[in-house]
Design a protein around this ligand. Structure first.
Ligand code: ADP
Length: 579
């Protein structure tokens, strides 16, 4: 039977029983009250009238008030004839009373009337007794029927109370347990309801769902295994070494190339903690070191990591390391969690080889060009010597222009040569105690002619005594010369370039300040990059001067930076350690 039908029937039955009980009670209470009323109106009133009449007789029936009382009660009794034989007795009483009024043998009549009244009273008393028996019987009947109905109601309600809640709640409880099992991925869970009500339907729908979920999981696992194999094959066939770690820094996978360069081919590495493996493997320690740097430290070390040189396969190879953190947002959550890292090594040996070739080529070319350019400059000096002959105005202009171009060419070849030294890592530093004022004087002197050509004043400032610095004189002079040369090139005519030296703690700070066009904020970070030139810069140049300056200063343990107010000028600072 359906739950809905069961509930309707149960509640309906209870409702019917309550109605039946109420109807039965009303019926019997009505009957009892009717019987009682009958006794009261039919017989009790008669007894009352008779008593009044007897009183009147016993008092003084000669007085008109007593006569009236008697006549009145007799009249009422005549109107209240309810029992058989009562009418005849009342008629006789009336007749005797009339005789009494006619004053015929008064005493004997009074006796007769008393007898008449007593006879009426006895008749009614008998009737009351009879009716009481009937009332008693009907009250016993009503108690019996009401009790039977009440007992039936109680039994039915008790049976329902015992069965119905469990009948509904038990399957729900069982269903909740099964749903929890399914949520815990136990897809073999089934409901065994074997009923043909709504719960039976629910159980069969639930079992179908569990079956489909089990099929879905089986399908998914097979699919996942295929995908896993595919990805493993892909990673193993990659020429670049790849190492996968879980959130506890345990090795999930290492492809063949990674195992080969780390020399771990014969060792079981999967599942091992990377720190344990790194203890015996220097290269792995180098690769994994980022994992153990605290996040604060990590942020401060933003500079890109330099290529790692590894001797593998009988030759030197260069790799660029990339540490990729794997973050996911778990289903139902909002925060990202780290579930592991992938260390990727990119083999950049071919690019490195090309880079070496390029650097070598530039070094050779610029070195070879330096000598002829220097001899062109010498020849031009000779040409201008009046002892050899005088040049006319046009010839003089031509020589001037050739000399400018030769100077520029020499600067470019010099910068290229310096750059090749920087790139090949072969900068030779000759660090000695040097006087900052001497370096400034040299750089100012070198730029004197260029400044005069643009009517720019080179103002040198020295705050107090400045001690000697530990520096490579030649390279520091080159840097300062380059900064002053830039300041002149990027300044307007008739302006001032301030060159200052100042002791700041245990370093000496050199600064070159101009009031030129300045540098747009978006490029300030980039101007120290190799070959970078601010776009649309009209001045000629290679974009190498500041990059070389940075390398030279940092190689001496110093620092270089710029502050620029776009449109108002720039100040370049570099600092070197005092002796
Ligand atoms: P370049 O040979 O182009 O001058 P640098 O490395 O010396 O190469 O400078 C890089 C770029 O920085 C320049 O192209 C120029 O745009 C900018 N720059 C350098 N110095 C100044 C300066 N004093 N004022 C404005 N811009 C400058």
């Amino acid at each position: 039977m359906k739950i809905k039908t069961k509930l309707t029937l149960g509640i309906g039955l209870l409702f019917c029983l309550i109605v039946l009980l109420a109807a039965l009670s009303t019926f019997y209470i009505n009957a009892l009250s009717k019987d009682a009323k009958n006794i009261l109106t039919d017989n009790y009133n008669t007894l009352e009238y008779c008593r009044e009449m007897l009183n009147a007789l016993n008092n003084d029936l000669d007085s008109p008030s007593q006569q009236n009382l008697f006549a009145h009660n007799l009249k009422l009794q005549k109107a209240n004839i309810t029992e058989s034989g009562e009418a005849a007795l009342t008629g006789k009483l009336e007749l005797d009373y009339q005789l009494l009024q006619a004053e015929v043998s008064k005493d004997s009549l009074i006796k007769i009337i008393q007898n008449d009244i007593t006879a009426i009273m006895q008749l009614n008393m008998q009737a009351i007794q009879q009716k009481s028996l009937i009332v008693k019987e009907s009250s016993t009947n009503s108690i019996l029927w009401i009790s039977i109905t009440g007992a039936v109601c109680f039994l039915l309600a008790f049976t329902m109370l015992m069965n119905l809640p469990g009948n509904i709640a038990n399957p729900i409880k069982e269903l909740t347990g099964s749903i929890q099992e399914i949520a815990a991925q136990n897809y073999d869970e089934r409901l065994q309801f074997h009923r043909d009500d709504e719960f039976g339907d629910l159980a069969s729908a639930f079992n179908t769902m569990a079956l489909k979920l089990a099929e879905f999981r089986a399908g998914n696992i097979a699919q996942l295994l295929i995908e896993k194999k595919r990805i493993e094959t892909l990673i193993n066939n990659m020429h670049d070494p790849v190492i996968g770690l879980d959130e506890n820094k345990k090795v999930l996978f290492m492809n063949h190339t990674a195992l080969k360069i780390l020399g771990l081919q014969d060792k079981p590495v999967t599942g091992m903690a990377i720190q344990d493996l790194a203890m015996q493997n220097d290269l792995l320690r180098l690769l994994a070191q980022d994992l153990f740097i605290t996040s604060e430290h990590h942020h401060s070390k933003k500079s890109p990591s330099s290529p790692i040189k590894i001797f593998a396969d009988g030759k030197e190879s260069y790799f660029e390391k990339e540490m990729i953190p794997i973050n996911i947002i778990p289903t139902g959550e909002k925060e990202e969690v780290l579930i592991g890292n992938v260390i990727l090594l990119q083999n950049i040996t071919p690019y490195k080889e090309l880079d070496f070739a390029k650097t070598n080529f530039i070094a050779t070319v610029s070195h070879e060009l330096k000598t002829p350019i220097s001899s062109i400059k010498m020849s031009l000096q000779l040409l201008e010597n009046e002892k050899i002959g005088t040049l006319n105005h046009e010839q003089h202009n031509l020589v001037e222009s050739i000399r400018d171009d030769a100077g520029r060419l020499l600067k470019i070849t010099g910068e290229l040569l310096n750059m090749t030294q920087v790139e090949s890592g072969s900068i030779q530093m000759n660090i000695v105690a040097a006087d900052p004022a001497e370096i400034v004087a040299y750089a100012v002197n070198t730029n004197k002619v260029a400044a005069e050509q643009k009517n720019i004043q080179l103002a040198v400032e020295q705050a107090g005594d400045v001690p000697n610095v530990m520096a490579d004189r030649e390279k520091t002079s080159w840097v300062l010369t380059n900064l002053i040369s830039n300041a002149i090139r990027y300044s307007y005519e008739h302006s001032i370039v301030n060159i200052a030296i100042k002791l700041m703690g245990d370093v000496v700070q050199f600064s070159v300040k101009d009031t030129g066009q300045g540098i747009s904020p978006e490029y300030v970070e980039k101007i120290f990059d190799r070959y970078f030139r601010v776009p649309d810069s009209k001045k000629e140049g290679t974009g190498l001067g500041l990059a070389i300056s940075k390398e030279f200063i940092e190689a001496q343990g110093g620092q270089i930076r710029v502050e620029s107010d776009y449109g108002a000028g720039s100040t370049f600072y570099f600092s070197l350690n005092t002796v």
